[in-house]
Design a protein around this ligand. Structure first.
Ligand SMILES: Cc1ncc(COP(=O)(O)OP(=O)(O)O)c(N)n1
Ligand SMILES: Cc1ncsc1CCOP(=O)(O)O
Length: 518
C-alpha cells in the first residue's frame, strides 16, 4: 500500500443539523476551507442515498477546488459513487478488508477507536488513520462509550509509537477553541503526537467558520513552549539566570490577572506592584479575553471561593489565556479539604494546562492522588523529603508542568530536575495568604520567562523567601503584623536592587539539587 500524504491537522466532520439558520452546509464548508481546514468528512446520518450522493457531489466541487481530501462517513456506496478520496468507518460499520478491496489501495480509510485494543485491530487491518474519541462528552453525538479524556489518547499514541507502520491520528469529541490546545499538546508521548483534531460543532455551527478554523489550525500547529523541559540543569547555572528574570519583570511590567480568594486580594496586588508587575483582580468573565490579549499577560487561578460557578469561571479564564498562548499558574488552595474542591481540581486538570502548579504539601499530595495528613488548608510536614520529591516529580511529568511544593523546605520540579530550596522565615506561616501571594509572583515571573518556567519558579521562590528572611529582621519588625509591611518593602528593595545590577542578596540562597539516595 502506498502511504498517502495527507495533512490531518484540521479535520472537519459535517453535520447538517448544526448549520446556523440563513446559511447552508456548503457555505459553511467553503468558509471552513478558507480558514484552513485540511480534510473534510461528509457525515449525513439520516439522508436518503440519492440525497447523500447529490450533496456529496456539491461538497466535492468545493473540496476538489481547494485540493482538500473528501471522505464519506460510513457509506462505501456513496464513496464509490462519487469517487471520493476515502471513507471513515466506525467499529460497527463495514469491515476494513472489504472496504479496502472495493476502494483500492490508494483511497484513505479511517476508523473510530477508543481503546488500544481497537487501535491494534485497526492497524492490523490496514487503516490509514484512526479517529480517537470521544475525548469529552459532546452534544453532537450520543456516546456509546464513556469519554476517554487526554489519558485515553496518550495510551493509544504510546501504542502507535511502537508500531512499525505509521498510522495517522486525529482526536474527536468536544474539540474547540477552549479544549484543543490541551488535547493536542498534553496527549503527546515521546516520539508521537496527534496529527490533528476532528471537529464538528465548533466549526459547522460557527457564525464565522473561517475565523474559528484559522484559530484552531493555529492551536494545532503551534509549537508549545511548555513542552520544553531543559535537560541536565544544575543549581549554579539556574541561579545565574535568576537576576535576569527578576529584572525583566521590572523592565517589562507584565500584567498579572489574579483570580484570588478574598483574603489574599489586597496583599497579592501589593506584592505584584512591589516586584514591578501590574496586577488586576477580576472574576468578571466578559473581560477575560481582553486581559488575555494584553502582551506579557499571565493568569493566576487561586482556588479561593467555592461558589456554584467557580469552576466555570476558572475554565473560561484558562481557556482565554490558552487561546492567546499566555501562561497560567494554578494555586489549588485547600485542594483536598472537601469533595467540592477535589472535583474542581480534577475538572481543571482535565481541561486546562497549567504552566506552574504551586501548593503546600497537602494540596500537592492531594492533586497527585497521594495520601497526606492534611488538615484544612494547613500543610503537614511529616513526609520525608524523598517522598515529596517523588510526588512533585511525578506530578510535573504527568501534567507537563512545573510544580512548586511549599513548606519548611520548598521543592521545585519540572519532572526531570528537582531543586530543594531552604530559605524563608517562620513568620510566613503566621500570616494569612503568604502562599497565595507566591502564586502572584510566579505569574509575573513566568510571564517574562515563558521558555523557562522552571527558572521562573526558582526566581519566584528565592525572591520571596529571601525577602522574608530580611523582612523578619528589618528595623521595627516586632511580629507578623509589622512583618507584612516589611516583606512588601523587601520585595520592592530586592527587585530594584537586582534591576540595578546588585545581586548580592542572592548569596543567601540555599538551593540544592535533589538526588535520590541509592
Ligand atoms: C474522524 C472521525 N472520528 C470518529 C468518528 C466517529 O465515527 P463513528 O464511530 O462511526 O460514529 P458516526 O460518525 O458514524 O456517528 C468520525 N465520524 N470521524
Ligand atoms: C462523530 C463523533 N464521534 C465521536 S464524538 C463525535 C462528535 C463530535 O462532535 P463535536 O466536535 O461537535 O463535539
Amino acid at each position: 500500500m502506498v502511504p498517502r500524504k495527507v495533512d490531518y491537522s484540521l479535520y472537519l466532520v459535517t453535520d447538517p443539523y448544526l448549520v446556523p439558520n440563513g446559511t447552508t452546509l456548503e457555505e459553511q464548508v467553503q468558509k471552513a476551507i478558507d480558514g484552513g481546514v485540511t480534510v473534510v468528512q461528509l457525515r449525513e446520518k439520516d439522508a436518503e442515498t440519492c440525497d447523500f450522493i447529490a450533496r456529496a457531489k456539491t461538497i466535492q466541487e468545493i473540496t476538489k477546488k481547494a485540493g482538500v481530501p473528501l471522505l464519506i462517513n460510513d457509506r462505501l456506496d456513496v464513496a464509490l459513487a462519487i469517487d471520493a478520496d476515502g471513507i471513515h468507518i466506525g467499529q460497527e460499520d463495514i469491515d476494513v478488508a472489504t472496504a479496502r478491496k472495493l476502494l483500492g489501495p490508494d483511497k484513505i480509510i479511517g476508523m473510530s477507536v477508543s481503546y488500544v485494543s481497537e487501535a491494534a485491530k485497526a492497524v492490523e487491518d490496514g487503516v490509514d488513520y484512526v479517529g480517537i474519541g470521544a475525548i469529552y462528552d459532546t452534544a453532537t453525538k450520543k456516546p456509546k462509550k464513556p469519554p476517554i479524556g487526554i489519558n485515553g489518547v496518550r495510551k493509544i499514541l504510546s501504542y502507535l509509537s511502537s508500531v512499525p507502520r505509521y498510522v495517522a491520528t486525529v482526536a474527536i469529541g468536544s474539540l474547540n477553541l477552549k479544549t484543543s490546545r490541551n488535547v493536542v499538546h498534553l496527549s503527546a508521548v515521546p516520539g508521537r503526537r496527534l496529527d490533528g483534531i476532528a471537529v464538528v460543532s465548533a466549526i459547522i455551527a460557527a457564525e464565522d467558520p473561517t475565523a474559528v478554523s484559522r484559530e484552531l489550525l493555529g492551536l494545532v500547529r503551534d509549537t508549545p513552549y511548555w513542552m520544553t523541559v531543559i535537560p541536565n540543569r544544575d543549581v549554579s547555572s539556574v541561579l545565574a539566570e535568576v537576576p535576569a528574570v527578576i529584572s525583566k519583570v521590572r523592565s517589562e511590567t507584565p500584567f498579572v490577572h489574579n483570580i484570588v480568594n478574598r483574603v489574599a486580594t489586597n496583599f497579592a496586588a501589593n506584592v505584584n506592584l512591589a516586584i514591578g508587575s501590574s496586577p488586576a483582580m477580576s472574576e468578571n468573565i466578559p473581560e477575560f479575553d481582553d486581559f488575555a490579549g494584553i502582551p506579557n499577560s499571565a493568569l493566576l487561578i487561586n482556588m479561593g471561593f467555592g461558589t456554584d460557578d467557580w469552576v466555570e469561571t476558572y475554565l473560561t479564564a484558562a481557556g482565554a489565556y490558552a487561546k492567546k498562548l499566555r501562561p497560567v499558574v494554578l494555586d489549588p488552595v485547600a485542594a483536598g479539604a472537601s469533595e467540592l474542591r477535589k472535583s474542581a481540581v480534577k475538572s481543571l486538570l482535565n481541561r486546562c494546562h497549567f504552566d506552574i502548579i504551586k501548593g503546600n504539601e497537602g494540596e500537592i499530595f492531594s492533586i497527585a492522588g497521594e495520601v497526606s495528613q492534611m488538615r484544612g488548608v494547613d500543610s503537614t510536614s511529616n513526609s520525608q523529603l524523598q517522598k515529596k520529591a517523588k510526588v512533585v516529580e511525578a506530578l510535573a511529568a504527568k501534567e507537563k508542568t512545573i510544580v512548586i511544593l511549599t513548606g519548611k523546605e520548598d521543592l521545585i520540579s519540572d519532572g526531570m530536575t528537582t531543586f530543594v530550596l531552604r530559605n524563608g522565615h517562620g513568620y510566613l506561616a503566621d500570616i494569612t495568604a503568604s502562599g497565595c501571594v507566591l502564586g502572584s509572583i510566579a505569574g509575573a515571573m513566568v510571564a517574562v520567562s515563558l521558555h523557562d518556567r522552571f527558572l521562573a519558579a526558582v526566581a519566584s521562590v528565592l525572591l520571596y523567601t529571601i525577602a522574608a528572611e530580611r523582612a523578619a529582621v528589618a528595623p521595627g519588625v516586632r511580629g507578623p503584623g509589622t512583618f507584612i509591611g516589611a516583606l512588601i518593602d523587601e520585595l520592592y528593595i530586592l527587585s530594584n536592587a537586582t534591576a540595578n545590577g546588585d545581586v548580592s542578596w542572592l548569596e543567601a540562597a540555599r538551593v540544592e539539587q535533589y538526588v535520590e539516595e541509592a
